[in-house]
Design a protein around this ligand. Sequence first.
Ligand code: FES
Ligand SMILES: [Fe+2]
Length: 322
Amino acid sequence: MRLAKNLWYPVLESSAVRGKPVGARRLGIDMVFWRSASGEIVAQQDRCPHLGASLSLGSVEGGCITCPFHGLRFNTEGRCTLVPSMGAEARIPDALRALTFRTREAHGFAWIWWGDGEPAAAIPFFAEFDAGWTWCTTAVEWPVNYSRAVENQLDVAHLAFVHRTTIGAGDRSRVDGPYVESDDAGIKVWVSNRRDDGAQARDAEDLAAASAGRQPSLHLIYPGIWKLNISASFQNLIAFVPIEEGRMLYYLRSYLPSRWGVLGWLFHRITRWSNRLVLRQDRRVVITQTPQNSLDSRDDHLLGADRAIIEYRKWLARNVGV
Ligand code: FES
Ligand SMILES: [Fe+2]
């Protein structure tokens, strides 16, 4: 599939990988995830290089994954360490390798480096979540290209329509701004929505001044980590995960201060339910967008309120297949 390169992609909630191998399609490839003897997550193509069976049906023993078909074993680097039919002493051809991806575990996700050369040392994330928060994740799959889902969360003009009965209540269809800052790391958006009462729109300078020192309303870190700043003690995060060209997965998280204890747990349950409801409202419309991949959308007429989407498309076009 078409993906921006040389980036760390969040691909899986890391708590999903325990003793058994887990199969999942990600970045257009069937993958298997498992844990090494030292507890690190390994991601490999879910295809045994012998006769192509799914390694995810196998088992993990002694720091290796064993294929369920003829028992071949592969280590964390993908090298075959045992071919039972040839005996333990046999010399194993070097070419017998399971395709292995560079993988890291951080912030509760497994990440895959998609690109050439050495992976970037740091995985970009929102530093404020490193300590003092609890989170609760919900996974939602959509039959759309991942670019459309990202754009939907940068779209500041749809709330009064798509979410009329929920977060967009109050007929606040007029968009002031948005004021957008974008660089190679991501996009920050400051926005306010109001009723169209005939008052003059605020100009860019005014909006820039108003945003100074304030957290952005929306913040996307490339390729697909997004934060909605609801309040100082309540934030939503999305990890956008590409599955294949026409399919993606949301890991949608609410973050609350850990000091909230049981109350926080309760709040997480409610938020989980309401977030899913809001996302269902988006889904209804986004799955109808054509063409499926925004990279192909040459006929779209982008407007002033779509400033963040314009920046995202520019970045995508620059980085896909680089
Ligand atoms: S297909 Fe995997 S060991 Fe034969
Ligand atoms: Fe929405």
